[in-house]
Design a protein around this ligand. Structure first.
Ligand SMILES: Cc1cc2nc3c(=O)[nH]c(=O)nc-3n(C[C@H](O)[C@H](O)[C@H](O)COP(=O)(O)OP(=O)(O)OC[C@H]3O[C@@H](n4cnc5c(N)ncnc54)[C@H](O)[C@@H]3O)c2cc1C
Length: 259
């Protein structure tokens, strides 16, 4: 039987399809940097509201710090306040006292699949190298191929967005780029304050309560919140990350609707 495809067909389809995704994402409603739990859940919620969302992830696999659970034991603990999010993702969790336990790899996969199925464009192997700032407002993300970024003298491309979410985890990369350029952010010191010591209960509350806009146009979710505002770290309990993503999506949606 004669094959109906060849090497050319394989390559040209990848190129054309990726080009369309990239081309359509260069100007969007929301650019999210970091495909961890907070960024992915926010991406799915905003996409479900009809917003055009791009997620820029530097690594090959989306999921951030989910995969390994605690110390490489791939189970996830979620408090009851966040169990509605597991239901939204179509997941079951086992109740154990006052918390729920579920599979870490399944959560990473479900968050990724849900975000994409709801319409978000996920671009992996792209590193955010900077932010765009116009008239005192963050207006986009500067990104480069992960293999190129920091290694070769090659210029990046820019994603223009009405709102940007820093969901880069412990490093709060976008906040740090703003600080590097001398911009004050909405913390007591005006700069990145670094993460505090472990306190599970306080950390889980803190990450949700302090989720929000830290500079005009730039929102924070997930561990980037604790890292920026000197909030306590909280170990491998993930309800706060998901609730922070949910809250960030609500705040971004409200800001976009108002503008
Ligand atoms: C060393 C370590 C310590 C941890 N400590 C804690 C802890 O104290 N408390 C806790 O709750 N959990 C901790 N975790 C678990 C876990 O990281 C977090 O709870 C949870 O995954 C954070 O979710 P997030 O949504 O903030 O983003 P993360 O899961 O951290 O994901 C952030 C994503 O952003 C991507 N990213 C970062 N910079 C860029 C960039 N410039 N461009 C594009 N993408 C970028 C990363 O590749 C990553 O996929 C830790 C994990 C590790 C590895």
């Amino acid at each position: 039987m004669k094959a109906r495809f060849d090497e050319y067909t394989v390559s040209v389809n990848i190129l054309d399809s990726y080009y369309r995704k990239l081309r359509n994402s260069l100007s969007c409603d929301v650019a999210i940097v970091g495909a961890g739990p907070s960024g992915l859940y926010a991406a799915g919620l905003l996409s479900a509201r009809g917003r055009r969302v791009v997620v820029v992830e530097s690594k090959l696999a989306p999921g951030g710090g989910i995969w390994g659970g605690g110390m490489g034991m791939n189970e996830i603990v979620i408090q009851s306040e966040a169990v509605h999010i597991l239901e939204d993702l179509g997941m079951k969790a086992e109740k154990s006292g006052d918390v729920y336990v579920t599979d870490a790899c399944l959560l990473a996969a479900k968050l990724t699949a849900t975000a994409i199925a709801r319409g978000a464009v996920l671009l992996n192997l792209l590193t955010a190298e900077d932010v765009c700032v116009k008239d005192g407002r963050v207006t986009g993300v500067v990104a480069n191929r992960t293999g190129i970024s920091g290694r070769y003298h090659v210029d990046p491309v820019m994603f223009t967005a009405r709102a940007v979410l820093d969901a880069t985890g412990h490093d709060a990369m976008l906040v740090n780029y703003l600080n590097k350029h001398g911009y004050r952010i909405d913390t007591p010191s005006g700069t990145f304050e670094g993460e505090g010591a472990m306190n599970v209960v306080e950390g889980e509350n803190f990450v949700v309560e302090r989720t929000g806009e830290v500079f005009p146009g730039l929102f924070l979710a997930g561990m980037a919140v604790c890292a920026t505002f000197n909030g306590p770290r909280m170990g491998p309990i993930f309800g706060g990350m998901l609730l922070s993503g949910e809250r960030a999506a609500g705040q971004i949606e409200a800001a976009l609707a108002e503008a």
